[in-house]
Ligand binder design. Structure first.
Ligand SMILES: Cc1cc2nc3c(=O)[nH]c(=O)nc-3n(C[C@H](O)[C@H](O)[C@H](O)COP(=O)(O)OP(=O)(O)OC[C@H]3O[C@@H](n4cnc5c(N)ncnc54)[C@H](O)[C@@H]3O)c2cc1C
Length: 451
């Protein structure tokens, strides 16, 4: 939707000079996110204060123009894309981080990079646990908007478990301050709202003491389903390592191709565990015992920091490593109860046999969260059809196993057509009414979550 001349003049008048751009094609990074889909906003604005955001919201209301907030654009569901044009507001410059050691809390701007928050906390002996694999790039505002999970979520929980209070701007342009004790559980309601209800401008996070480091365990198996069974059994035994990650043989091959200097022997699947805290040694022993009952090809532990870092880097690189091996990568982040992981992994293998696409998977197995990738060589119509068929089958299987369509990446635009598979009409209507109630003019990130 091209802007009318009067609209452009209104934008120029309402927002600070030098920070609004009407030629978004000159800023390619802002027209896409990790989905690699491309949408151009009508204008791009770099906010530097909460007042900037208030002004932007009020102006968009007056002009009936969509407003899309953007953190770092690492989202996997298209949440930060300007699918209907409008004003794209980058909050990356609102990146202050203030640690209060006494209160074990930190007050941060929405554009603060997750990894910078972790580092600032660690510098004073404190710990911010939620660690999406994208933590070196993603912003905390984006983490709240998607309720990001991470490798450590098995033991430490996800983003919402650390949010004490938020301040932000609603769709009317009012500044609203709420904390975790506010009626209606308002903070929780805003978390995971994908930029459709509220724009976070200041976030107070809970920090905890740094845990004692423990052991990293690497176990490889000749059959992927054995690795998945270990996950189910470790969980059933009540062992809670801080990390329990799964990756299948094809994902490991992608990693080896991506980073040949740090090749790892993976077999048909690999599990990576990390234990920490005072029970770290005992937990590591218990995990090794479960692994041994599934005839691992290799089973070892390490507490050598350099070696551990290589293993974790490998895991964190996986998304890009897999992307590098295909022309088209469609990635889903389904989640099932950990006891059902063996069935899900077996189903992913079945998909790979049935489709001409390459199919692989990896993920935060401790949570039953599996990133399933359908990889095309050409992007042909046939591949697109097979991808759609594969996703449909995957979602049906996930729901039949008692799971959910999105463990952590959100619904955005990529999953909205499938929402009705998981929720019935009355439930979707209820969510829509809530959205309408909080954003009656549909200004904030329209077209996301719902069709
Ligand atoms: C390599 C890689 C690994 C990843 N690993 C993980 C992982 O382990 N766990 C995980 O959960 N995700 C993961 N992701 C997905 C992604 O990093 C997360 O969803 C992250 O939370 C997005 O943050 P962002 O700053 O990039 O947000 P963006 O992509 O910019 O935006 C995402 C959504 O948040 C909204 N938003 C952004 N800022 C605000 C704000 N201030 N107020 C309101 N709404 C806002 C946007 O409108 C959009 O809807 C990964 C992505 C990549 C590329």
């Amino acid at each position: 939707m091209a802007l009318e001349k009067t609209q452009r003049l209104t934008i120029e008048k309402a927002l600070p000079e030098g920070r609004v751009f009407f030629d978004p094609e000159k800023y390619p990074d802002y027209n896409r996110d990790a989905t690699e889909l491309i949408y151009y906003p009508d204008a791009l604005f770099f906010a530097e204060s909460e007042n900037d955001i208030v002004a932007a919201v009020k102006m968009c209301r007056d002009l009936d123009l969509p407003l899309i907030v953007r953190g770092a654009g690492t989202g996997y569901s298209g949440g930060a894309l300007a699918i209907h044009g409008g004003l794209l507001v980058s909050v990356e410059r609102l990146n202050a981080i203030a640690i209060d050691s006494k209160k074990k809390a930190t007050v941060v701007g929405p554009g603060a990079i997750t990894g910078d928050i972790m580092k600032a906390a660690e510098a004073v002996g404190l710990f911010y646990p939620p660690d999406p694999a994208s933590y070196e790039e993603s912003t905390i505002g984006g983490n709240l908007a998607e309720n990001a999970g991470g490798l450590r979520c098995k033991k430490y929980g996800v983003t919402k478990d650390y949010v004490l209070a938020v301040r932000g701007v609603n769709s009317r342009g009012d500044i609203v301050e709420i904390d975790h004790l506010s009626p209606y559980g308002l903070v929780d309601l805003m978390i995971g709202s994908e930029g459709t209800l509220f724009i976070f401008t200041e976030i107070t996070l809970r920090l905890i003491g740094l845990p004692q480091p423990g052991k990293t365990i690497q176990a490889t198996f000749g059959r992927a389903v054995d690795a998945a069974s270990v996950v189910a059994e470790v969980t059933a035994a009540g062992i809670i390592p801080c990390i329990m990650e799964f990756m299948d043989g094809d994902a490991i091959a992608c990693s080896n191709q991506y980073d040949p200097e740090n090749r790892i022997e993976g077999g048909a699947a690999m599990l990576l565990f990390e234990t920490d805290g005072i029970n770290a040694e005992d937990e590591a022993e218990a995990i090794m015992s479960v692994c041994k009952t599934h005839s691992p090809l290799m089973l070892r532990t390490t507490d050598e920091p350099k070696e551990r870092e290589i293993l974790w880097k490998t895991r964190r690189n996986l998304s890009n490593a897999v992307k590098n091996t295909a022309k088209i990568k469609t990635s889903e982040d389904v989640c099932v109860p950990p006891s059902k992981l063996p069935q899900l992994v077996a189903f992913v293998e079945e998909l790979g046999r049935d489709l001409s696409l390459r199919v692989n998977c990896y993920g935060h197995a401790g949570d039953g969260n599996l990133h399933v990738n359908l990889l095309g060589k050409t992007g042909s119509d046939r591949e697109s059809k097979e991808t759609a068929e594969g996703i449909n089958r995957l979602f049906k299987k996930t729901l039949a196993l008692g799971g959910t369509l999105s463990g952590e990446h959100g619904i955005g635009i990529t999953k909205k057509d499938y929402l009705h598979h998981e929720f019935d009409k009355a439930t979707i209507r209820f969510m829509r009414r809530l959205e309408k109630c909080l954003d009656s003019d549909g200004i904030l990130n329209p077209g996301k979550i719902f069709r």
